[in-house]
Design a binder for this molecule. Structure first.
Ligand code: F0G
Length: 456
């Protein structure tokens, strides 16, 4: 087999700025040891997120020029609507400015006190929107998905028995919706199998509960199905995507991921009553139903991105380049969530820094060191993000201590990734010298964005 190459050539480039290690030590200190507070210009390779960071194609940029900016009934809306329908087959397609806007609309209508929503794992904005509306969000991830070091093809699957037990206990009338997040971002970018989607749908159908997809990375999920699930090897990606959506009654989507754009999203559904309510709320918070918080040009770029995302050469390159980084650092002994996920590599900070206790944030320590060593920006997904103190001030750690290296789509080449691996391995080799951190300032909510730290 020959090297899998980037399936594009580069027409427009953006320089990246080099800094010295001494400069980075100072920059990090000034940022309170929180990479969210670093100016992007001081970052060499930015792996903070794969959201909204994609490089658009020349056809997408052409779409930007073609965008019809009419307030109502823009041509660009109809192109967008057709592109989303082709994949989802849903009747009502509602554009939004990003994923959480769709979530806000959907869950403020369906949620409220006494309501429960279940998922394989809710992403934090989804959980926040459910809780903000007064309802409860419950994660029912399969057992193997909770063990970073165990390999399985579909670690994003929902636990079907747990779902049945949950419905029994809570009562179907109190569960307005079940959500499958594909791929499972918070659980390591791990895919959900078609069989699992089918089984979840079957349980939902028996109980008259609608099933929605949180579809952010639907094409990456479809590629994993093609490669790992019996019966899909010869199916085109588009057909696999269509089958995934065929079991769902609707979807929320952040187009900033698998629609290859910098802003955008949708809410798709088949229930006419619910669609009417959603559109009414959309008009108050986002905009008229044919633009929903976006410009006509954004709708064009999404429509074009949806054609490009189901290209198998693209997906092969995409999934392989993430796996390539995972394999390289694994071979040097760096502990990660296995197998590598679709959009990111997640370093297991608990095993990387066993001498740093959770209350000294081992993930944050690695994040800081990757920046100082190589100018690489990553994000802690552990006790900084999810840890808390109980009423008596006792520290409660997160379930896992992770560092996410999210790979922007079509942005970095293989040599960038080789460089990232070298930096990770360098830091790993002198891991005994790394120290923990403590928090010197934190906001009352979502503290990870603005917290300030000091080395222990
Ligand atoms: N659902 C999932 C699974 C996500 O990963 C995200 C965003 C959202 C919903 C919300 O979408 O940002 O457009 O409002 N994830 C980004 C990340 C922020 O870095 O993982 P949004």
């Amino acid at each position: 087999m020959k090297t899998i190459i980037e399936p594009f050539k580069i027409k427009s480039v953006e320089p990246i700025r080099f800094t010295t290690k001494e400069e980075r030590v100072k920059i990090l200190e000034d940022a309170g040891y929180n990479p969210f507070m670093i100016h992007a210009d001081d970052v060499l390779i930015d792996l903070l997120t794969d959201s909204g960071t994609s490089a658009m194609s020349s056809d997408q940029w052409a779409g930007i020029m073609r965008g019809d900016e009419s307030y109502a009934g823009a041509k660009s809306f109809y192109r967008f609507e057709a592109a989303v329908k082709k994949i989802t087959s849903d009747e009502f397609i509602i554009p939004t400015h990003q994923g959480r806007a769709s979530e806000k609309i959907l869950f403020s209508i369906l949620g409220g006190p006494g309501k429960y929503f279940a998922s394989n794992t809710f992403f934090d904005t989804t959980r926040a929107n459910i809780e903000f509306a007064g309802a409860e969000a419950v994660d029912l991830l399969c057992e193997v998905g909770k063990h970073p070091e165990q390999r399985a093809p579909f670690k994003g699957n929902m636990d079907i028995d747990a779902l049945k037990a949950f419905i029994q206990k809570i009562g179907r009338e109190n569960i307005p919706l079940v959500v499958l997040t594909v791929t499972n971002n918070s659980g390591g970018g791990q895919p959900v199998s078609m069989q699992n989607i089918r089984e979840v749908k079957e349980v939902c159908k028996q109980n008259n509960i609608p099933l929605f997809l949180d579809a952010c990375r639907f094409a990456e999920n479809a590629y994993f199905i093609k490669k790992r699930e019996n019966g899909y090897a010869d199916k085109p990606i588009l057909e696999i995507c269509q089958e995934m959506f065929s079991y769902a009654d609707g979807s929320t989507m952040s187009a900033k991921k698998d629609a290859l754009v910098n802003i955008g999203g949708w809410l798709s559904l088949n229930d006419a009553d619910l669609a009417l309510k959603c559109r009414n709320l959309l008009i108050v918070t986002e905009g008229f139903p044919t633009y929903g918080g976006l410009a006509g040009r954004d709708l064009e770029a999404i429509a074009q991105g949806l054609e490009e995302i189901v290209d198998e050469h693209y997906l092969q390159y995409r999934i392989r380049s993430t796996e390539y980084l995972g394999e390289k650092i694994l071979a040097a002994g760096v502990p990660i969530i296995e197998p590598p996920g679709g959009h990111a590599i997640y370093i297991d900070a608990k095993r990387f820094l066993p001498h740093v206790p959770a209350e000294q944030y081992p993930g944050q320590s690695i994040v800081c060191e990757l920046y100082v060593e190589g100018g690489i920006r990553t994000v802690e997904i552990g006790s900084v993000m999810f840890g808390k103190n109980d009423k008596n001030g006792k520290f409660i750690p997160a379930m896992m201590e992770l560092v996410r290296l999210a790979i922007p789509r079509r942005v970095y080449t293989q040599s960038h990734i080789d460089y990232v691996a070298e930096v990770v391995i360098d830091v790993f080799k002198r891991r005994e010298k790394l120290k923990g951190y403590h928090i010197t300032y934190e906001a009352p909510m979502l503290r990870h964005f603005t917290a300030k730290f000091k080395p222990v």
